[in-house]
Design a protein around this ligand. Structure first.
Ligand code: ATP
Length: 261
């Protein structure tokens, strides 16, 4: 589909096209389309920009990735379709290896996602070699299968765009969890150590920038940033931002596009 640059929703439509194309290439599961739509709705509430609270969440998340013993980035179909190059760069900058872990797991999808990540420049992909498969009992269904060298032995897992069961299971398995989810009310957000309530399209590139800046700091400074962070308070701040924005719009900031008709 041709999307004209002057279309007011051009950027959002381009992102949507990536997801649809990803589904045709078997990278994205059908349910991934619905998850994306849910995310889009919340992004409207943010004004499709990164708010200050999210910058803080991203900063703390990167500090955690840089100081963890064994950080892993879990990759699913949506993230592979939306920002493959960026997730590979974030992995390189933070030393967190990439592991493919799918809710709707099939060899066809694993192959498709592997090839996207390889084309994006990664040399190591975990979660694809059966000899290293292990199971995490707390995880249900096919997602139980994780890589012995990856999620199974990780102390920290970044799970962008995930469902709540997974975050809860990883926490119960004793892992620290960072999530990126536009819905601050999801179980995913509520159960994370650090919930980044932002669109992955913006969050991941911004986290790469943040990692360049934070790499200059010493470990004690990074640990202080982490210790000062409270996820519950951060989610309250997130909800405050969303509700204030709606209030401002309802009290007069909303432009009436039909007023000059
Ligand atoms: P819960 O976490 O409460 O179990 P769920 O499992 O029903 O929720 P899903 O719809 O499976 O949630 O998960 C997808 C989540 O990803 C949604 O909450 C949605 O807001 C979020 N999401 C979708 N697209 C994006 C995006 N581009 N950036 C960030 N978050 C996104």
């Amino acid at each position: 589909m041709t999307i004209l640059d002057n279309h007011p929703r051009a950027e959002s439509l381009r992102i949507r096209e990536k997801i649809i194309e990803g589904m045709h290439k078997k990278i994205v599961a059908e349910a991934g389309l619905i998850a994306h739509g849910r995310g889009e709705a919340y992004d409207y509430l943010l004004g499709e920009k990164t708010p200050n609270y999210a910058q803080k969440q991203q900063e703390v998340a990167v500090a955690m990735l840089l100081t963890a013993k064994k950080p892993i980035i879990s990759v699913n179909g949506n993230i592979a379709a939306l920002c493959p190059k960026e997730i590979v760069q974030l992995s390189e900058q933070t030393g967190a290896l990439l592991e493919i872990n799918l809710f709707y797991r099939s060899e066809e999808r694993i192959k498709a996602i592997t090839s996207v990540l390889e084309n994006a420049g990664t040399k190591t992909i975990l979660g694809v070699e059966p000899e290293y498969y292990e199971t995490i009992e707390e995880l249900s269904h096919l997602r139980r299968i994780v890589d012995l060298r990856g999620i199974y032995s990780a102390d920290l897992v970044l799970v962008p765009l995930e469902d709540g069961d997974r975050t809860m299971a990883l926490r119960r398995a004793g892992k620290k969890v960072i999530t990126i989810d536009l819905n601050p009310l999801s179980r995913t957000s509520l159960w994370s150590n650090v919930s980044i309530v932002n669109n992955v399209i913006r969050a991941v590139p911004e986290m790469i920038e943040e990692s360049l800046r934070l790499k200059e700091k010493d470990t004690d400074e990074l640990k202080e940033l982490i210790n000062d962070f409270d996820n519950y308070k951060s989610l309250q701040e997130t909800l405050n931002f969303m509700s204030s924005r709606l209030k401002e719009l309802s009290e007069g900031k909303l432009e009436d596009p039909t007023k000059n008709l």
